[in-house]
Design a protein around this ligand. Sequence first.
Ligand SMILES: Nc1ncnc2c1ncn2[C@@H]1O[C@H](COP(=O)(O)OP(=O)(O)OP(=O)(O)O)[C@@H](O)[C@H]1O
Ligand SMILES: [Zn+2]
Ligand SMILES: [Zn+2]
Length: 804
Amino acid sequence: MLNLAKIIVDVPTMQTNEPYTYQIPDFLNEQLEKGMRVIVPFGNGSRKVQGIIWEINHDGKFDGKLKAIESVMDLEPVLNDELLLMSKWMANKTFSFQISCILTMLPSVMRAKYQKQLKLVDDIDDENVAKIFSKSKIVDFNPEEFNKDILRKILSLKKKNKIEIKYNVKNKAQSKKILGLKPNIFDNDIDKELSSLRSNAIKQKNILYYIRDYPNKIISQRKLCKKYDISESAVKTAVNKGWFKQFQMEAYRNPYKQPVKRNYPLKLNADQSNAVIQVGNSIDNNNSKVFLLEGVTGSGKTEVYLQAMQKALAMGKTALMLVPEIALTPQMANRVKGRFGDRVAMLHSGLSNGEKYDEWRRINNGEADVVVGARSAVFAPLKNIGLIIMDEEHDTSYKQDDTPRYHTRDVAKWRAKYYKCPVILGSATPSLESRARATKGVYSLIRLPHRINNQSLPDVKIIDMKNELINSGDEDFSSELLSAIRNRISKGEQTVLMLNRRGYSSFIMCRTCGFVLKCPNCDISLTLHMDTKTMKCHYCGHEEPIPYKCPNCHDKKIRYYGTGTQKVQKKLQKLIPNAQIIRMDVDTTRRKGSHERLLQEFGQGNADILLGTQMIAKGLDFPNVTLVGVLNADTSLDLPDFRSSEKTFELLTQVSGRAGRAEKEGLVYIQTFNPDNYAIQLSRQQDYEKFYRTEMNIRHITNYPPYYFTVKITASDINESKAAAKMFEISKILKAKLSDQTIMLGPSPSSILRIKNKYYYQIIIKYKNEPSLHACLEYILQHYQKDAQKGLYVNIDPNPLNFM
Ligand SMILES: Nc1ncnc2c1ncn2[C@@H]1O[C@H](COP(=O)(O)OP(=O)(O)OP(=O)(O)O)[C@@H](O)[C@H]1O
Ligand SMILES: [Zn+2]
Ligand SMILES: [Zn+2]
């Protein structure tokens, strides 16, 4: 009989979904549990890797030699049964490896960091190498810190067994420790000390009074000093006299800087209350229904979420609310925090890794039972979930663009099944896939067709910029929009302006020879960043100075193309000198808290105009905004993507919805060079149902989702012909297996052929019913693993969000 553990190990280059069996050493036998992280030896060197315990068997048998677990990294499991089970499902569903799913579920600080170390095992002659070990026989080894000569010597000494290279796993997950104080003097002794103090020892007396008032209270030193105006030196004296015991206490980092105002449930209108009742019934009956809440902008979806969550909490269950990163505005956060208080945990990219880890632990310990967060919050270690909400369910940020390529919606539905609870998918513009499922009855459709208080949707006007360009020569601001802005300023009302911007919108081009400055590593033009005065690649991070002469023909007529937000802001300021403008884009929101601050300023009325990129389109609820302008509606239409109309319609509808949400009526101007395009015309009517029918017809004729399922397979390599050859090989395997109804596009070069010096080739498969496809793709995934070690990667993306 042996104590054995099956462990899923973190070995990047030789992945497998089969766990490895290890022996549990006696000293760990009591302590180990399923779901804990451990460190185990791997391979035949002295390599150590992180792993997670998948199964424990106390009366196991094993023939042959077994390695033993070296140490354990956790005191309690970090993954419960549910999440372990989910990792297995997810690996299968997304064609990835279980270990990468597990690592995705955990806060980043819990992912292992491997530190190489050098250990001196024998005397060495070389002085330069010996110097490395002058302080200790084991030192951290970062190869990039040594020159080639020394590196060569180290390797040759390793061959002679005079030096060992070890791999150690570092635990980055550290809780924050602060100084805590515990009273250590009681009753009569306090009085004795008081009477022995000089009459002017006021600080010392104050400390004793405090201890008399709170004899059993543990307090952090910082708080004591701040709250009772006591100096640190006075505390030091008190500790020396034995009045306090000083110790290290664990602190949660507090990411909420400002106090949140409490808010209370609103009286629901009939549509809202119908929605809450339906969802509530599903919570009561433990059924895992999926509701599609289709509510026009400003229809009060958030209040429905809050009151449905309240129901789940009242039954002693927990609630999970997912929002797109960009929509996790302070407004949304305050609404939830203000309703449910300290039981809310927030997970979003604005937190430091340490803060995220703390929030994660609060959830794992059961101290927070409401979680609000972006994509990865879908893995929050809540137990006993009673409701899952996905706000703006159509948002593309819900799909992860890198392995594991999961869609948050699928994970949410899996968890809801596990806990037998409902899911609400909410949106003013649901994804076509979800809306089609509601038509089929797979989801239950609930509609909120009216705005709160029956306020009408804003009036939308479309401006043909072709005419405008001829008449006024301005391609950014039409005269109608300008006069509407001036009019709002004179009335003290506010305007939101959106610049529909894509990554490369401000590139530079030579007007003489047409030269465009491109990234040396990727097939993409560099983007101009005025704040750092550099040209940057958004794919690989390459950066270089802005050229003043054309690198090709040396002419000085090189100029900036496309509309950057900065440029537009300058121009607008010139056109309307008295306007107070707040600009919101990647550049102005990079610093922590700046997003929050800008919105707050706008909300307080400190500016007339909020000018920004797509990040201002969603979720904002400012009653004084009566005018919305979309400066360039066309950029998202130009995408070589079958979803470009859907994206355009959705964006225009969402941004229009920011206008006229309270008593005053709203007006929207959409500037476009394609005024007749159906997505633009239909967004003028803000009629989602009509858009849905029109777009479904087009998808039907062109054989696209939701009528077809899709899979994208890519191969990438530094050598272009290798990537292409691999894709042709794969296409042969597929052709042999797939039925004739299935459509295969490619192999073809991806639309950005080269990224980070690697070439990409792809195949897209469109299918309706292909039972053997999954197994075939699994085979491809496993079979081409060995190529990854040589730098050729094969990736499978189920239901890709873009085909480019
Ligand atoms: N029952 C109600 N009575 C009064 N006011 C309400 C009610 N429900 C919601 N509101 C208010 O109406 C406004 C719009 O609601 P909310 O922001 O929830 O809409 P939404 O449907 O989420 O909109 P969007 O999709 O545009 O973000 C908010 O200011 C909210 O406080
Ligand atoms: Zn030139
Ligand atoms: Zn690049």
